[in-house]
Design a protein around this ligand. Structure first.
Ligand SMILES: [Zn+2]
Length: 424
């Protein structure tokens, strides 16, 4: 039975992978709809032949990697349970020390380590692909350093969550998901508060804008939106990537707008002001808080479903998965697997909500700057430097796109430009 289940799981994964290979590489490219051809959103008008070809190649492979990696995690946890690794990790933990409070930590360490090793090839392929296409500028040691920081931050976070979770399960078999969720509310807020000042600086340096002339212009605009100057930062990304970006992060007194230095280096002042106005909308309209609110609501539903699914699975397949009881730490891979599946399934909805916010931010930005030329050319440059797809296939849009496609974004700006011209 165990071998059969393992065989079918691997087979399902391979078939799933083949489907996406066919979807991205065999199915003909979606053509740009007729009404967009020749407009400023049409990539043939602003990318040269070589850039067009690279964009197409690069995005095909990246899209495939995206769809392969999450279900690979599920397969990993499935096999870890099926072939008794989870049981072995627990045994190793118990035999390595007599201190009971360390058992969960050691178990978690082995599980994290195996998961890291299993998913390493896919992460490495992603990195080297990005390097080949001149997006990433990071050396292997620098990349590996970031990977190790990731590993320890993940491990540290789960080390706080997992013991509490299993303690709650033991205290209340039927309500642990609810108590767990109640505790997750202050924990999430606390982590969001710490993110920009404790976690992000482990990876990069953050400082006030270097270009003082530009800073004056940006701060003048920030003042119009009632954003205090101390909330605007520059981050050194040029040694890691050629891509451009800016974002809003943190909550309360740690809320801030961050501009990648690559964005500052590659765009002119008017283009930067447009990007900045876009980020200001996220800040002013408190999109982060809406995001956290939505996340907390979804996680309540998610934890309840996890509780139901874990009970069902252990009842039905407890023997094959070697989980005698949900409350036994051996069920942790099952917990991770279900959470990962639920996140994947809910991503079309969360992406949809995020695209709504992004559309609002674009509108706000163009109303604020009233310079569609600069806005359009900044998006064209964003597309070029990240080799991003202007018009991605449907499934990519649904599962991957937290922003509207560049086709939508640029053509909205072009509409504005036409309206503006007619009003003159
Ligand atoms: Zn945005």
């Amino acid at each position: 039975m165990v071998r059969k289940m393992g065989f079918y799981a691997v087979l399902a994964y391979v078939l799933y992978g083949l489907f996406f290979y066919w979807y991205f590489f065999q199915l003909p490219e979606p053509k740009l709809p007729f009404e967009y051809q020749g407009t400023k959103a049409d990539p043939t008008t602003f990318l040269n032949g070589r850039e067009l070809m690279l964009t197409e190649e690069y995005s095909k492979i990246r899209n495939l990697l995206f769809f392969l990696s999450t279900p690979f995690e599920w397969l990993f946890y499935f096999l870890i349970l099926l072939f008794g690794f989870s049981k072995a990790f627990k045994r190793w933990a118990e035999s390595s020390t007599k201190y009971k409070f360390l058992h969960t930590a050691i178990y978690l360490f082995w599980l994290s380590l195996f998961a890291y090793i299993a998913t390493f090839p896919l992460s490495y392929i992603s990195y080297s692909l990005s390097k080949t296409y001149h997006i990433s500028t990071q050396s292997f040691p620098a990349w590996m350093k970031d990977e190790l920081i990731d590993f320890w931050i993940n491990f540290g976070t789960w080390l706080i969550i997992v013991p509490v979770l299993y303690w709650l399960m033991k205290k209340s078999k039927k309500r642990w998901w609810l108590y767990g969720w109640l505790l997750s509310v202050p924990f999430t807020l606390f982590m969001m508060f710490l993110q920009p000042v404790v976690i992000d600086p482990l990876y990069n340096d953050f400082y006030p804008l270097k270009d003082k002339q530009l800073e004056t212009k940006i701060l003048a605009m920030a003042e119009k939106s009632h954003i205090p100057a101390k909330h605007v930062f520059e981050v050194d990304m040029a040694e890691k990537t050629n891509a451009l970006n800016a974002y809003v992060t943190g909550i309360g007194s740690n809320a801030r707008i961050v501009l990648w230095d690559t964005t500052l280096n590659k765009l002119n002042d008017n283009q930067i002001l447009f990007i900045m106005a876009h980020e200001m909308c996220h800040y002013v309209e408190k999109h982060i808080y809406w995001g956290i609110g939505g996340y907390l609501l979804l996680s309540l539903l998610g934890l309840y479903l996890t509780y139901r699914l874990m009970n069902w699975t252990v009842k039905r397949y407890g023997k094959e998965f070697k989980i005698p009881d949900v409350r036994d730490i051996r069920s942790l891979p099952l917990f991770f697997m279900i959470i990962s599946m639920l996140i994947f399934v809910s991503s079309p909805f969360t992406n949809f909500a995020s695209r709504y916010q992004e559309t609002r931010a674009d509108q706000y930005a163009i109303q604020m700057t009233k310079n569609p030329k600069a806005a359009i050319s900044s998006f064209q440059e964003l597309t070029r430097s990240g080799l991003s797809q202007v018009n991605p296939p449907l499934l990519v849009k649904i599962f991957r796109y937290t922003h509207p496609s560049m086709l939508d974004r640029i053509s909205k700006l072009e509409e504005y430009e036409i309206k503006q011209r007619n009003n003159e």
